[in-house]
Design a protein around this ligand. Structure first.
Ligand code: ATP
Ligand code: MG
Length: 269
């Protein structure tokens, strides 16, 4: 056997070993996650105290308490000591109740005709600079303020998805990649959207496949010379247009690794 063939055999053996170990690691990770977060477990949301609800709605605590005493609107849970709390769903219900029974409709802040969908991207080249945290807080705050929010997790690490109970290793959720891919298997964006434990906040979870888009895009660009901007941003715009009417805010964020891709760097500059 020549030295070259010998080397090829050794490389093949290492490949098999690596694949085997990756599989074993994946099984162990799954077992661990199943133990701490069973697949059928639902993320819940804590109840909100009366003064928090008053803050989110923009009314006084006294007004809210009077509504409860008069039996008007959604009824809070009252503890034996008289503390009142509402679920997030009840907060939304209260907005609709106030709009219906008040002088003016101002508590459901859905955008009116002619108002644009707000798309916010949280971007920073530096790792660990609170991109995920900022996106999560913005998305949850906007939802608690009564807006319809779609957050798109573009980080293959899927930490924002995990925060809302979507585990890529277990749930095998489809990511935005499915709506942007360059082959015939492209899917409508609406089929990728999942509800979260925050009413009014939907998510397109991330998974490792998102990484593929960074490799597919330069190939597609090479094939369709000059159509770079249209390919990258156009596809995202096109995919979003399908669901735009259902939302007031779309939030995305991306970790720094994405910008190491020459394609995306060129598209952004
Ligand atoms: N305002 C803050 N005060 C203190 N700690 C914070 C704050 N914001 C974020 N952190 C913490 O900083 C760390 C990094 O935040 P985060 O994961 O959001 O950053 P990131 O930019 O998404 O990181 P990566 O580039 O790895 O995706 C986390 O442990 C987070 O809990
Ligand atoms: Mg992050």
């Amino acid at each position: 056997m020549s030295a070259l063939e010998d080397m090829r055999d050794q490389i093949a053996e290492v490949d098999v070993l690596l694949t085997q170990q990756a599989h074993e690691l994946s099984v162990m990770l799954n077992d661990h996650r199943l133990e701490i977060f069973p697949p059928n477990a639902q993320k819940t949301l804590r109840p909100f105290q009366l003064n928090e609800v008053a803050h989110y709605l923009g009314v006084s605590s006294g007004y809210l308490k009077n509504l409860s005493l008069e039996g008007k609107g959604p009824q809070p849970l009252v503890t034996p000591t008289g503390r009142r709390s509402y679920t997030a769903e009840q907060m939304l219900e209260m907005r609709r109740f106030l709009d219906k029974n008040g002088r003016s409709a101002k508590y459901v802040p859905h955008r009116r005709e002619g108002e644009h969908l707000q798309v916010i991207s949280v971007v920073n080249f530096k790792g660990g600079s609170a991109k995920t945290t900022t996106t999560a807080h913005l998305a949850q705050y906007f939802a608690l303020k009564g807006n319809r929010v779609l957050v798109i997790d573009l980080d293959p690490q899927a930490s924002l998805s995990a925060l809302h109970g979507f585990q890529p290793e277990i749930d095998r959720n489809e990511s935005l990649y499915e709506a942007l891919r360059y082959d015939d298997d492209r899917k409508p964006l609406s089929s990728l959207i999942k509800q979260t434990n925050f009413p009014g906040l939907d998510i397109i979870p991330a998974n490792l496949e998102l990484q593929e888009y960074e490799y597919d895009t330069p190939l597609a660009l090479a094939a369709k010379d000059g159509a770079m901007g249209g390919l990258f941003f156009g596809r995202l715009d096109e995919a979003l247009a399908e669901v735009a009417d259902n939302y007031d805010f779309v939030l995305t964020f991306r970790r720094r690794r994405a910008f190491s891709s020459p394609c995306i760097r060129r598209c952004l500059t």
